[in-house]
Write a protein that binds this ligand. Structure first.
Ligand SMILES: [Zn+2]
Length: 143
């Protein structure tokens, strides 16, 4: 599209200068097109680079995940170490879920299973890794 705008701009400014006889229009249109090329170029480079480097998943999906966590926090769970990244179309999420001490493994696992299912339903193409911990253990807050 940048090529198209360059060509359109050149033809347009030649036409404009010919019609109006205002010579300054030509360099003005040229500057505008140059800025457009620079802008497009930088955004292309930025987009290619973010594909190489780990970047958090987009805000909209993070908000959805946060909403799900908040729902379960009201039920007494705590979440921390929430990390996300994306590689191409694939999204990755990891987090620690802290449960009350008296929760059985079965009960905790059933809950985390439900939470992960909810996240997978809300966020397309996401792979989740979770770590279960007891809420009242100091070790849970160490890395
Ligand atoms: Zn932890």
């Amino acid at each position: 599209m940048t090529d198209v705008w360059t060509s359109v701009g050149v033809i347009f400014s030649v036409f404009l200068v010919d019609k109006t006889k205002i010579l300054i229009l030509d360099p003005l249109v040229a500057i505008f097109i140059a800025l457009n090329i620079l802008f497009t170029g930088t955004s292309l480079i930025r987009r290619s680079l973010s594909g190489f480097m780990d970047e958090a998943i987009d805000k909209k999906n993070l908000e959805k995940i946060k909403g799900i966590f908040e729902k379960y926090e009201k039920k007494g769970l705590v979440f921390h170490e929430i990390k996300s990244r994306k590689a191409g179309q694939k999204k990755f999420l990891s987090f620690h879920a802290l449960f009350p001490n008296d929760f059985t493994i079965k009960k905790s696992h059933d809950l985390i299973y439900k939470i992960e299912k909810e996240i997978k339903k809300a966020v397309f193409n996401i792979q989740i890794e979770s770590h279960l911990e007891p809420k009242d253990d100091k070790k849970s807050f160490e890395n």
